[in-house]
Design a protein around this ligand. Sequence first.
Ligand code: SF4
Length: 61
Amino acid sequence: PGDVPSPANPPSGCRFRTRCWKARDRCATETPVLAVPSGLAGPAAHASACHFAEEHAEVRA
Ligand code: SF4
């Protein structure tokens, strides 16, 4: 669900925010950096460009 943005005019902040059901105010103003969330190791450790990747990782752990 949500709006697929135009690649020629992507949204501010996170490019996925117009179709992300976990988007918050910060997602519109700051572009997330690609990084491995702290606390993850082994096969679960992978890079993610999301302001809230550590929260999401805790849910899956
Ligand atoms: S930063 Fe994370 S929570 Fe925010 S819109 Fe992007 S993917 Fe969704």
